[in-house]
Design a protein around this ligand. Structure first.
Ligand code: CP
Length: 362
């Protein structure tokens, strides 16, 4: 599948929103509009304040059950989804796929049907096959929501949104930004979702910087500028979004070695100095130090890599609460939940703050 193509399995119907345009499943950035993306980011702003409270939980999803169904390895996504669900007071199951009956030949749909029979309200799915989350969403009962935790090379939409959230906190004027995505674009579900999110939010210029072997054909059709030279690609850049070199997805020798990649495309303090002095350095993780960037850059003052991880909790709380809340967390619904909405610190002109009167009863 080319990075810029709409997969045929997306079909014409958008599974992600209900008839009123509200979020039902969260499968990809594609198919969503700026209003929904902004609503998720604004909701996440409220949840990001929770760690400052003595009780870090809200009862929005009390009584709901969420299952993490990860068919592929994950550290950040799985744990932040689990933490996010717990902070929303949901009951959480993490299915250990390598020890589940999937290894005995049970089909994906049969696994799903059995878990559905346990009255699960939401599945967070990571799968090596592109389209797995869409496939599951098209087969579940109407009350069940699916959230894509990364499918093949296709999409990693919550990663893209936590990246947008991180950028917005530092550099909220998106139309003024030049953003460079550097590295293994061709194998990256993250890059595809990032480009779609950056475009939807109106970023001034999106660049991709990579050797020809690590770029999909016709990538320009996604509205990006292509650079094969890192020094040229970093000039005047506000945000550098580096990507992991996905050796496990490489079918043939696309690169001589990680060391050679680092020498040409790896971010070092010298190369970083070509970008704007306050340029942000991002990486979705896991990092290959000495391949995608040096440790000086990864741990340096311009790195926001660990902030990305922290923001993943608030963004995933927002996605889950909006999907299951349907679902509208308008004032009436919040009042039902014992929450009120009041104007908060309004850095983006959009922010709301939830205050909850019953912290101790969570
Ligand atoms: N960024 C990311 O998806 O990391 P994990 O594979 O650890 O979840």
């Amino acid at each position: 599948m080319n990075l810029q193509e709409s997969p045929t399995w997306l079909g014409s119907a958008n599974l992600q929103v209900d008839s009123k345009g509200r979020l039902r499943h969260f499968l990809s950035i594609e198919g969503l509009n700026r209003r929904i993306i902004t609503e998720i980011l604004d909701t996440a702003e409220s949840f990001a304040l929770l760690p400052e409270q003595s009780v870090k939980k809200v009862p929005l999803l009390r009584g709901k059950t969420i299952a993490n169904l990860f068919f592929e390895a994950s550290t950040r996504t799985r744990t932040t989804f689990e933490l996010a669900a717990k902070r929303l007071s949901a009951d959480v199951l993490t299915i250990n796929v390598p020890t589940s009956s999937a290894t005995k030949g049970e089909s994906l749909l049969d696994t799903l049907r059995n878990l559905e029979a346990m009255h699960i309200d939401m599945f967070v799915v990571r799968h090596a096959q592109s389209g797995a989350a869409h496939f599951i969403a098209s087969h579940v009962a109407p009350h069940v929501s699916i959230v894509n935790g990364g499918d093949g090379r296709h999409a990693h939409p919550t990663q893209a949104l936590l990246d947008m959230f991180t950028i917005r906190r530092h550099k909220p004027d998106f139309p003024a930004l030049i953003v460079a995505i550097v590295g293994d674009v061709v194998h990256s579900r993250v890059a595809r979702s990032q480009i779609q999110a950056l475009s939807l939010l109106g970023v001034g210029e999106i660049r991709v910087v990579a050797p020809r072997t690590l770029l999909p054909s016709h990538i320009e059709d996604m509205g990006v500028r292509v650079f094969h030279n890192l020094q040229q690609g970093l000039k005047d850049v506000d945000v550098i979004m580096t990507l992991r070199l996905q050796r496990e997805r490489m079918e043939s020798a696309m690169l001589p070695s990680g060391l050679e990649f680092f020498q040409i495309y790896g971010l070092t303090p010298e190369k970083l100095a070509i970008a704007k002095p306050d340029a942000l350095v991002m990486h979705p993780g896991p990092i290959n130090r000495g391949v995608e960037m040096s440790s000086e850059v990864a741990d340096g003052p311009q790195s926001v890599i660990l902030q990305q991880v922290t923001h993943g909790i608030a963004v995933r709380m927002a996605v889950m609460s909006l999907c299951l809340g349907s679902r509208a967390y308008g004032r009436e619904r919040l009042a039902d939940e014992g929450l009120s909405v009041r104007g908060g610190d309004n850095r983006h002109g959009l922010r709301q703050t939830y205050s909850y009167s019953g912290w101790t009863s969570c």
